[in-house]
Design a protein around this ligand. Structure first.
Ligand SMILES: Nc1ncnc2c1ncn2[C@@H]1O[C@H](COP(=O)(O)OP(=O)(O)O)[C@@H](O)[C@H]1O
Ligand SMILES: [Mg+2]
Length: 380
C-alpha cells in the first residue's frame, strides 16, 4: 500500500512528509521510502502556532490555524510527489499527525470531573479535500479515551519494524522532546516499554533563539555548545527534576520544558555558550540515565538506534556517546534504511495503514491505556 506520512512535531520547525510503499512480510512490515520533503514553517506561522500552544488565546486563532495548516501540509505533500516523480493519485492513503497545541495525558480536575485531553490541529477533512486522498488524522484522542496518556504512539511502529530475535534494541528519537522505546529480544508487543525521557532539542532551541535575539532557531551543528563548558552545579540541580525519577508511562512537552523552564536557566546569568553546553548535556545525560534505568538488570549490551533532528547535533551526539556505557552501540535508523529525519513521518504512514485495516496500534504497556484501540479518524 502506498501511504504518505505527514508529521509536524513539538519543535515547531516545520512539516515533514514521507511517501512509502508498505508491504506485509509475515508479522513484520517492509518499508520502502519513495520520497521525502520538509518545509520549514515561515517565522510568522511558527509564532502564531507558539501563541496558541499551551497559551491563552482566542478560539478564532485556533480555528483559523486548524484550516490553514492542511494547506501547508498539502503543499509539502505535492512537492514531495513532484521531487520523487510520483503521481499524487498513486498515494492511497495519508496519515497526518497534526500540530499538537495542548496535551494533558494525566487527568486534571475540571468542573468537578477528571479529564485528560489532547488537541492536534490541522484538519483531516480539509487535507483530504486538498489532496484527493483519504486521510487518517487525530490519532491521539481515542488513546486518551481508553485511559492512556495518548502518547507515545511511535513505539508500536518501532516494535513492528525494529524488533530483533537476538539483540536488545533501544529506539531513541530526539525531537523537541526525547523518547525511547525498549525492545527486548524477540519481544511481544505487550513487552515493549516506551516513554519520554525529557527535553530533546526543545531547551537548546529556545536558548539559541533567545541568546541570538531570535536570529537562530537552533544551535546549528552544536557549535555554540561545543565552545562552552558544562556548569556542574546547574546540571546537578536540573537533574533533580522529579520528572526524571517518575516511573513510566510518562510524557513531556512544552508544559514542562517551555518558556518558564528556559527563563529559569537564563536567570542563572551564565555565559550563553556555557548555558547551551549545560542544556545539551542535560538532554544527553537524562537520555542515558533513562536507558540505563529501563534495561533489565541482566542486560548490558544493547543497540541504541537514534532518529530525529538531534542526530544532526554532533555535540549532543558526542555527549550521548560519552554518557552511554561501552556495551551500548550507538547508531542511527539510517543503518536500517530509515532516514532519521523522516522516521516519525514514516511512523504515521504505518499507523494510518493500521487504522485503514481496522487494526489496533497503541501499546497499552507504553501509554497506560486499558486496552488496545484503533487510532484516529478517517476522512474519505
Ligand atoms: N544542523 C543541525 N544542528 C543542530 N540541531 C539541528 C540541526 N538540524 C536540526 N536540528 C535540531 O532538530 C530539531 C528538529 O527536530 P525534529 O526531529 O524535526 O523535531 P520535532 O519532531 O519536534 O519537530 C530542530 O529544532 C533542531 O533543534
Ligand atoms: Mg520537526
Amino acid at each position: 500500500m502506498r501511504v504518505a506520512g505527514i508529521m509536524s512535531g513539538t519543535s515547531l520547525d516545520g512539516v515533514d512528509v514521507a511517501i512509502v510503499d508498505l508491504t506485509a512480510r509475515g508479522a513484520s512490515l517492509e518499508v520502502k521510502t519513495l520520497g521525502t520533503c520538509t518545509q520549514p514553517y515561515p517565522d510568522d506561522l511558527r509564532a502564531a502556532l507558539l501563541a496558541v500552544s499551551n497559551h491563552e488565546t482566542h478560539t478564532r486563532e485556533i480555528s483559523r490555524l486548524h484550516f490553514l495548516l492542511p494547506q501547508i501540509y498539502a503543499e509539502c505533500f505535492f512537492e514531495c510527489c513532484r521531487t520523487a516523480g510520483l503521481d499524487p493519485a498513486s498515494v492511497e492513503l495519508i496519515g497526518s499527525h497534526g500540530q499538537t497545541i495542548y496535551h494533558e495525558g494525566i487527568p486534571a480536575k475540571v468542573l468537578g470531573r477528571k479529564v485528560a485531553s489532547t488537541l492536534q490541529i490541522g484538519d483531516g477533512s480539509v487535507l483530504a479535500e486538498l489532496t484527493g486522498a483519504p486521510v487518517v488524522s487525530d490519532f491521539r484522542p481515542r488513546e486518551i479515551a481508553a485511559g492512556g496518556q495518548g502518547a507515545p504512539l511511535v513505539p508500536y511502529v518501532d516494535w513492528l519494524l525494529f524488533r530483533d530475535p537476538e539483540s536488545t534494541r533501544v529506539l531513541l528519537n530526539i525531537g523537541g522532546i526525547a523518547n525511547v522505546t525498549l525492545l527486548p529480544p524477540n519481544c511481544e508487543s505487550s513487552q515493549v516499554l516506551a516513554f519520554d525521557t525529557g527535553p530533546g532539542n526543545m531547551v537548546i532551541d529556545q536558548l539559541a533563539a533567545h541568546l541570538s535575539g531570535g536570529s537562530k532557531r537552533y544551535d546549528a551543528d552544536g557549535e555554540i555548545a561545543s565552545t562552552g563548558a558544562v556548569d556542574p552545579d546547574l546540571l546537578a540541580s536540573l537533574m533533580k527534576n522529579e520528572f526524571y525519577r517518575r516511573r513510566p508511562p510518562k510524557s513531556a512537552g512544552r508544559e514542562q520544558f517551555g518558556a518558564e523552564f528556559v527563563q529559569s536557566l537564563l536567570d542563572t546569568q551564565l555565559e550563553p555558550a556555557d548555558l547551551l553546553a549545560t542544556a545539551t548535556h542535560l538532554t544527553a545525560a537524562t537520555i542515558a540515565d533513562a536507558i540505563c534505568a529501563c534495561l533489565p538488570e541482566d542486560i548490558e549490551e544493547c543497540e541504541v538506534i537514534v532518529s530525529g533532528g538531534g542526530v544532526r547535533n554532533p555535540t549532543l551526539m558526542s555527549f550521548l556517546r560519552a554518557e552511554l556505557s561501552e556495551e551500548m552501540e550507538l547508531t542511527t535508523t539510517a543503518e536500517y534504511g530509515i532516514d532519521p529525519d523522516f522516521k516519525e513521518a514514516i511512523a504515521f504512514a504505518v499507523l494510518a495503514r493500521e487504522t485503514w485495516l481496522r487494526k489496533t496500534s497503541n501499546l497499552p504497556s507504553a501509554t497506560g491505556a486499558r486496552h488496545a484501540v484503533v487510532l484516529g479518524k478517517v476522512s474519505y
